[in-house]
Design a binder for this molecule. Structure first.
Ligand SMILES: CC(=O)N[C@H]1[C@@H](OP(=O)(O)OP(=O)(O)OC[C@H]2O[C@@H](n3ccc(=O)[nH]c3=O)[C@H](O)[C@@H]2O)O[C@H](CO)[C@@H](O)[C@@H]1O[C@H](C)C(=O)N[C@@H](C)C(=O)N[C@H](CCC(=O)O)C(=O)O
Ligand SMILES: Nc1ncnc2c1ncn2[C@@H]1O[C@H](COP(=O)(O)OP(=O)(O)OP(=O)(O)O)[C@@H](O)[C@H]1O
Ligand SMILES: N[C@H](CCC[C@H](N)C(=O)O)C(=O)O
Ligand SMILES: [Mg+2]
Length: 483
């Protein structure tokens, strides 16, 4: 078992009567406390760790981190912000891996996974070893590491950084969620470049207001060398005017530092001229959709911000194929097209459908549901966004979690009362996918929105069942007669 003297972790906070204490580990979960550990008392939404401090000491904790005097004598370490100190200790416990690599962070409501994957590809093609942290999975070079969260919790994150540093990673490219920022999951990580994509409605169940959600995202920009900001977005414009560090604007306007011109969208890719520094460069991108032009610009600008040449970046960008579950065409060999996409916000639904509509010759069918235990006010808005561009809707379940699927669907349908777009409700997502394929006529395009890369469905009590839309589409094909 690893042991360490507490003072070696505390650095400038070393003046404590506990400085010679041998500790065996760190945790912020009282249920995981073992003899010799430091237990950090965190105030969460459901539980206040301070209520478990005494119990943790009884279980043998070496010390507890607290934000007010609990009368626990010399075994309590008083600090203003237990999350902050816990983050520092976790980083120290793993030998400060956050100081050993270069970090690029991406935040915003939509586009983070796509942009981080593009940046990793560009850096890797240019000879660097890259760690990736995000929604789909974590990656250490080519090695895949499972993840449960977009931005892991601070102890797990520091452990992951340490593995990346040990494996020789030069760079870490990571999605930084608003939850990650508010809960200080990233500790004291400093970013060479930080990207802001956009801010549209999501997660209001947690942040309460768009202003709080914005302020959460903004936290990333007080810890970076260069801010890279989409100034097409209204919140992006505001952030651009508020950040104090060096900044780069990207977007569609020719006033931006990086912008795209003469954009041509196709079903299998996009071409455009990349304009920056007074020059233009042709780009042929294997990704479709206008929003992916914006994502590509973000990746280019971030790579240039950390010192790469536009030419090296552009060449690598062109060899990048799509990201799993992001506007991914599922092969069917039929006369209709099925696209799997992760749109689960009103803005993302609108964007993906508007883009696909550009090249859809038949009808555009959108299948979607909404996640349970998540922002309920986005449900009718997602329905309205879908009805704006789709010709037919199949309303179904996403991850119902602890809610009744029918109740979630009722919230969705409330957004369709003024709409004359025809729809059907099929609560079971597998059956709904089959139904959408049976409805498809030649040249129709079906967009399966919301679950993207997910290969599971989350039901009551956090139960996960296997559900992969690529497999479902394949299994449904024999049930859909060939014309
Ligand atoms: C909304 C949210 O982020 N919730 C996270 C938060 O929950 P919470 O505030 O309710 O925590 P809590 O249960 O009150 O516990 C507070 C503290 O007491 C401790 N505790 C708790 C119980 C106990 O008996 N003893 C004890 O010591 C806990 O370990 C914790 O340190 O802290 C918990 C412990 O760290 C997390 O498990 C939980 O994430 C849950 C799993 C979650 O689903 N989070 C999602 C929404 C999330 O983080 N998503 C983002 C972004 C998604 C995206 O848009 O891409 C992500 O980055 O993944
Ligand atoms: N720049 C963008 N602007 C608006 N919508 C986008 C953009 N990029 C992607 N989308 C839409 O949002 C969906 C999710 O994209 P992506 O996974 O890259 O975002 P994310 O920010 O990582 O999302 P999450 O917060 O769920 O991890 C895509 O499937 C697409 O429909
Ligand atoms: N990581 C995000 C995306 C969820 C995607 C969708 N499938 C859902 O379950 O709502 C979240 O947890 O809110
Ligand atoms: Mg993501």
């Amino acid at each position: 078992m690893r042991e360490m003297q507490l003072y070696t972790l505390l650095e400038d906070n070393a003046k404590t009567s506990l400085e010679n204490l041998e500790i065996t580990g760190l945790t912020d979960d009282s249920r995981k406390v073992q003899s010799g550990m430091v237990f950090a008392c965190i105030r969460g939404e459901r539980f206040d760790g301070h209520t478990a401090a005494a119990e943790a000491l009884e279980k043998g904790a070496a010390a507890v981190l607290v934000d007010h005097d609990l009368g626990l004598g010399d075994r309590q370490i008083l600090t203003e912000d237990t999350r902050a100190l816990y983050g520092k200790l976790c980083a120290a416990w793993f030998g400060h891996p956050e100081r050993k690599m270069r970090f690029i962070g991406v935040t915003g409501t939509n586009g983070k996974t796509t942009i981080t994957n593009l940046i990793k590809h560009i850096l890797t093609e240019n000879g660097r070893k890259v760690g990736l942290i995000g929604t789909i999975q974590n990656e250490i070079g080519d090695e895949i590491v499972h993840t449960d969260n977009t931005t892991p919790f601070v102890y797990d994150l520091m452990a992951l950084y340490a593995k990346m540093a040990e494996a020789g990673c030069d760079d870490v490219v990571m999605e930084v969620s608003s939850f990650g920022l508010v809960q200080q999951r990233i500790g004291e990580t400093h970013f060479a470049a930080a990207v802001f994509t956009n801010l549209t409605q999501d997660h209001l169940d947690y942040h309460g207001t768009m202003e709080n959600y914005y302020q959460a995202k903004k936290l990333l920009f007080s810890r970076c060398d260069t801010a890279v900001i989409d100034t097409d977005d209204d919140y992006g414009k505001r952030l651009y005017s508020e950040v104090t560090c060096p900044k780069i604007a990207y977007g569609s306007s020719n006033q931006a530092d990086f912008y795209a011109d003469a954009i041509k969208l196709r079903a299998d890719g996009t071409s455009f001229w990349l304009c920056c520094g007074g020059k233009s460069y042709p780009v042929d991108l294997h990704l479709t959709g206008m929003f992916n032009v914006s994502n590509a610009l973000a990746a280019v600008a971030a790579c240039c911000a950390v010192g790469m040449s536009v030419d090296d970046v552009r060449k690598a960008l062109e060899t990048c194929t799509g990201v799993r579950g992001r506007c991914e065409v599922i092969p069917t060999g039929r006369d209709f097209t099925v696209i799997c996409d992760y749109a689960h916000t009103p803005d993302a639904v609108e964007n993906i459908l508007r883009s696909v509509k550009e090249y859809t010759k038949g009808r555009l069918i959108c299948l979607f549901g909404c996640g349970g235990n998540r922002d309920a006010t986005k449900r009718p808005k997602m329905a309205k966004a879908a009805a704006k561009y789709a010709d037919f809707l199949v309303v179904t379940s996403d991850n119902p979690r602890d809610e009744e699927p029918e109740a979630i669907i009722a919230d969705i349908l409330a957004g369709l009362t003024d709409s004359d777009v025809p729809y059907e409700v099929v609560t079971d997502r597998k059956e709904a996918i089959l139904r959408s394929m049976q409805l498809a006529q030649p040249e129709d395009v079906i967009v399966l929105a919301g679950k993207g890369h997910e290969d599971y469905q989350v039901l009551k009590g956090g139960v996960h069942i296997h559900m992969d839309e690529r497999e479902i589409v394949r299994e449904c094909l024999p049930l859909v007669p060939k014309r």
